[in-house]
Write a protein that binds this ligand. Structure first.
Ligand code: 5GP
Length: 122
């Protein structure tokens, strides 16, 4: 797989401070911020700071330090959001999954019953 990263994508611009965001948490390797179009009472995006297009790109080419930093950021965000009742974590990847922003991001959704994981296709 040949992963091409577009440095003009919206999350790259957020990381460079060119576009404002509502930050929840920031560390050396990750940034977490509220989604601009929330699909649940809690809808936070966690992104690595490195230039990775997707989950499989980050999983393949991210360093162990980046992986640990990202997962620890997820843990910290979950603590901060107080999602004891549960949450759904989603990483849409490429066209079939309707990924809109080509910088890896983990959606964390909480605060309501999420329903079935996928809507059945008729
Ligand atoms: P995807 O479809 O790629 O999995 O999800 C992209 C998410 O990014 C969407 O939920 C969308 O609302 C969110 N998003 C797009 N542009 C912006 C932005 O400029 N700021 C923030 N905070 N979220 C954004």
């Amino acid at each position: 797989m040949d992963f091409h990263y577009d440095p003009q994508n919206i999350f790259a611009r957020i990381l460079r401070g060119e576009i404002p965001n509502n930050t929840v948490y920031e560390s050396e390797h990750a940034l977490a911020f509220h989604d601009i179009n929330p699909q649940a009472p809690v809808h936070v995006l966690v992104i690595p700071k490195g230039a990775y297009v997707s989950l499989d790109h980050f999983a393949r080419d991210g360093s162990a330090e980046e992986h640990l930093g990202f997962m620890r950021a997820v843990a910290r965000v979950c603590e901060m959001l107080e999602v004891e009742g549960g949450f759904r974590a989603i990483s849409n990847t490429r066209g079939d999954a309707h990924q809109e922003v080509p910088h890896y991001h983990l959606h964390i959704l909480a605060g309501r019953k999420m329903g079935p994981m996928l809507v059945p296709q008729g």
